[in-house]
Design a protein around this ligand. Sequence first.
Ligand code: BTN
Length: 246
Amino acid sequence: MNRDLKIVRLEQCDSTNSYIRTRFEELKNDLPVMVTSLLQTGGRGRDNRVWDSRAGKGLYCSFGFHLEQGAGWHLLPLTAGIGIIDTLRRIAGLDTGLKWPNDILYRGRKIAGILIENVIFENRMFCVVGIGINLNHEVADFPVELEDKAVSLREITGSLYDVKEVSDTLADVFFTRLQDLEENRQEKIVDTARQYSRFMEGRPIRFHQKKEIVGGIFRGLNTDGGLILETEDGNRTICYSGEIEQ
Ligand code: BTN
């Protein structure tokens, strides 16, 4: 465990990302910080989606920290994804995959997601990395529209998980990986992300970028961690933002 990590464990809050962002003034001298909450009343996903956050079912946590300019900011989503995959392997011996850049899948269903929101404060850039992992949900705990898209660790292994233990493991694994970024070992992050997203190579995908949807074949990651998309005309383009339809 990172010894200087400040940990805030809440019973309830609107969103752990918002908690850090709105208390930045007070937290900025205590970074890095991890905030976890047993439930969130306003859990947020990417693209203004709601992240269903009922009590004790999932891990809802956010890390707040400073990352020097140029220290591989663009690889933060992949670093967080790797951290989640390593955590799931450590606590449950489970192999999951990275759906570039932000989702963790088990057999095509989503088990975890990441919401990164950076904060500029006094001309310095701070990162807020929010992570939600489906741990103890039963099928009926997911909203109907997610039933065949989401999965929890409990559904897969049949066991219940201690949220605190999972958050401690995640913090340990995530900050170790973050050190690779800070110490310029970006190649290591990209190589691991490639390995974790290999299951998608050669697959047809629909890629959402801004308001456009482009069809093509997933051809892996380039050396900067960008997605290589082979479009229908056979050309390859590199995408640095956007998301693959599930
Ligand atoms: C997504 O896949 O759309 C991202 C989901 C991120 C959810 C987590 S839960 C903890 C943190 N607080 C939030 O409000 N969202 C993130």
